[in-house]
Design a protein. Structure first.
Length: 255
């Protein structure tokens, strides 16, 4: 475990569209005894919307926080199928994942919408976890930095400079998501240091505060070496977060 000075590591499990309320309950009951209370790293699970209140209830008083997976930027309105910041806060969510590549690729999530969602989450008191990352094609074409620069600059454009440090950014190379093809520690460290430098273009102080996570095929077996890199402040975990034992092992690796 490392994370830079003053940055508390965060390990978050993004369940995507997995687990009914009943399954989520069974998971949390199995997880809680496996994550020691006094440890340093923060732990979050991101269940589907419907399981949020039950997870908040079950995790109350524990080390585990509950985040949502998406959010609309408006407080209320004619936006069928959407969920507002106020609704997430009322449900007890601590934060929200924004701009996951699955939402960008399959559901048309745009940088323009994300530029509104980021400040809306902060205004509501939610910790935003902004996901960015390149496709395999973009990496092979040498366009990784260009893609990351565009996403980070556009999506954070309307976040006040003095609040940039409150944003969590997750570097999730799309070619590593759900493929078992994890980025090398060097690739993860390099991209994450680049992301931090992009934040530093606006404020060096805020860049030192902002946590940048790695996501993409993180498993109990590879978590420790990824988390040992100086700029890697935690992990956003998909598949391996669905099993309490493997998720707890990743949490353990974060310290
Ligand atoms: P996997 O850990 O299943 O590769 O998913 C990563 C991810 O998309 C987390 O948001």
């Amino acid at each position: 475990m490392s994370a830079g000075p003053g940055r508390r590591p965060l390990v978050a499990g993004n369940w995507k569209m997995h687990k009914t309320i009943g399954e989520a309950e069974a998971f949390i009951q199995a997880l809680l005894p496996r994550v020691s209370a006094g440890a340093h790293a923060e732990v979050a699970i991101c269940p589907p919307f419907l399981a949020l209140p039950a997870m908040v209830d079950s995790a109350r008083g524990s080390r585990v926080q509950v985040y949502a997976q998406n959010m609309h930027q408006e407080q209320a309105g004619a936006f069928t199928g959407e969920v507002s910041p106020a609704m997430l806060v009322e449900a007890g969510a601590h934060g929200v994942v924004l701009g996951h590549s699955e939402r960008r690729e399959m559901f048309g999530e745009s940088d323009k919408a994300l530029a509104l969602k980021l400040p809306a989450a902060l205004a509501a008191g939610l910790v935003p976890v902004l996901c960015v990352g390149e496709t395999e094609q973009e990496r092979e074409a040498g366009e990784t930095e260009r893609k990351l620069r565009r996403q980070v600059q556009e999506d954070l454009a309307q976040v006040e400079t003095e609040r940039l440090g409150e944003v969590v950014i997750a570097y999730e190379p799309i070619w590593a998501i759900g493929t078992g093809q994890v980025a090398t520690v060097e690739e993860a460290q390099e991209a994450i240091a680049f992301i931090r430098a992009l934040v530093a273009d606006r404020s060096g102080e805020e860049a030192e505060r902002a946590r940048v996570l790695y996501g993409g095929s993180v498993k109990a077996e590879n978590a420790a070496e990824l988390l040992a890199e100086p700029d890697v402040d935690g992990a956003l975990v998909g598949g391996a977060s669905l099993d309490p034992e493997s998720f707890a092992a990743i949490v353990e690796a974060a310290g």
